[in-house]
Design a protein around this ligand. Structure first.
Ligand code: SAM
Ligand code: DTB
Ligand code: SF4
Length: 365
């Protein structure tokens, strides 16, 4: 068993990231094989349960209301709509459904109650349920746990330093505090980030240090390649080189040995050969289905062909942790506290976010 370290330094991680590729691949694959079955890949389906119209200024995100993108906003989906989509995902081989909402943070009330019902419904389909709803308090995390949530996704997205260059409407500490709130429950933590936002290799290493310092480390870590969407501040960023993706996945595998590393956004740009190298380097999870939240993803049949070609098998649900029990709403021991948490709003100026907002304003009139 390789030991899980929580004291990686940025210099050490950077040295790993910059190793000769063959050495990096060998080291990562060796750790991967000790900790995981190298021929098993976990498959998740994303479901955007509430799309667009978000108050935040995340520079990468097509769902931020202030930017002019071609995302059509939608109200919260109904529980029946979600159930139908989850069944479809199950039939196509997914073991997990990840429900995303374009919210800054969860607010107690009818909509959150509806999300809790979605969690109960999917857990009863014997699928792992994940939510990504923005910042949550401890009470909200406990209520999600009680409904049967398996995982909560909340990405650090970049290093603490570079985060300030991408988002001004919330701080890094809010993200860490939310992860902490989830950790106080039996819900597993899913946290990772994005590469290709103009950050340096030092920032990539800094993000991995922040993730590896979490104790316990996240059970899953998505590595997204930026999908540069027209109208967002990052629309002109160049596509991530496959070599950067492979290095990032391999380094993640080395510093987070037990974590499921997810090859996330950006797979439409990647060849099968490129993805195969990522799996060899330690990626053991993907998002499947022809859509991520709002942008395209490879067709599920193409992914299944790739799995066949590479001899990969989808991971069965609840392989890593037992299925949580669902407590029905009527039997719940937890109440909404109606908290008004003071999540921060640093509101510093980010030039490119400002420019995209002004452009958005002009185009919306
Ligand atoms: N609103 C919630 C939040 O921000 O935590 C949940 C949904 S948000 C869309 C979830 C994650 O999607 C972000 O943290 C980011 O990592 C990823 N994401 C969003 N837009 C992306 C893009 N254009 N390319 C790659 N990843 C993206
Ligand atoms: C994650 O790390 N990536 C997913 C999921 N967690 C929520 C989202 C990717 C979104 C890509 C842009 C879009 O489709 O809107
Ligand atoms: Fe909103 Fe989340 Fe998109 Fe940021 S990443 S704009 S919080 S949906």
């Amino acid at each position: 068993m390789s030991e899980v370290r929580h004291n990686w330094t940025k210099e050490e991680v950077l040295e790993i990231y910059n190793k000769p590729l063959m050495d990096l691949l060998y080291e990562a694959a060796t750790i991967h094989r000790k900790q995981h079955d190298p021929n098993v890949v976990q498959v998740s389906t994303l479901l955007s349960i509430k799309t667009g119209g978000c108050s935040e200024d995340c520079g990468y995100c097509p769902q931020a209301a202030r930017y002019h993108t071609n995302v059509e906003g939608n109200d919260l989906m109904t529980v029946n709509q979600v159930k139908a989509q989850a069944l479809r995902a199950k039939e196509s081989g997914s073991s997990r459904v990840c429900m995303g909402a374009a919210w800054r943070n969860v607010k107690d009330g009818e909509e959150f109650d509806q999300v809790l019902e979605m969690v109960r419904t999917i857990n009863k389909l014997d699928m792992e349920v994940c939510c990504t709803l923005g910042m949550v308090t401890e009470n909200q995390a406990q209520r999600l746990a009680e409904a049967g949530l398996y995982a909560y996704n909340h990405n650090l997205d970049s290093s603490e330093e570079y985060y300030k260059e991408v988002i001004s409407t919330r701080g890094y500490q809010d993200r860490l505090d939310t992860i902490d709130n989830v950790r106080k429950t039996n819900v597993t933590v899913c946290s990772g980030g994005i590469i290709g936002m103009g950050e340096s290799a030092e920032d990539r290493a800094g993000m991995l240090v922040a993730l590896s310092t979490l104790n316990p480390q996240p059970e899953s870590t998505p590595i997204n390649a930026l999908v540069a969407v027209e109208g967002t501040p990052l629309e002109d960023e160049k596509p991530v080189e496959i070599w950067d993706m492979i290095r990032m996945v391999a380094t993640t595998r080395i510093v987070l040995p037990e974590t499921q590393v997810r090859l996330s956004a950006g797979r439409t740009q990647m060849s099968r050969e490129g993805q195969a190298m990522c799996f060899f380097a330690g990626a053991n999870s993907i998002f499947a289905g022809d859509k991520l939240l709002t942008t395209p993803n490879p067709d599920v049949n193409e992914d299944m062909k790739m799995f066949k070609l590479l001899g990969l098998n989808p991971q069965k649900p609840f392989t890593k942790k037992v299925q949580p029990q669902t407590v029905e709403a009527k039997d719940s021991k937890l109440e909404a506290l109606g908290e008004k948490p003071k999540w921060t709003r640093p509101d510093h100026k980010i030039e490119r976010n400002e420019a995209a907002k002004q452009k958005g304003k002009a185009l919306k009139v």
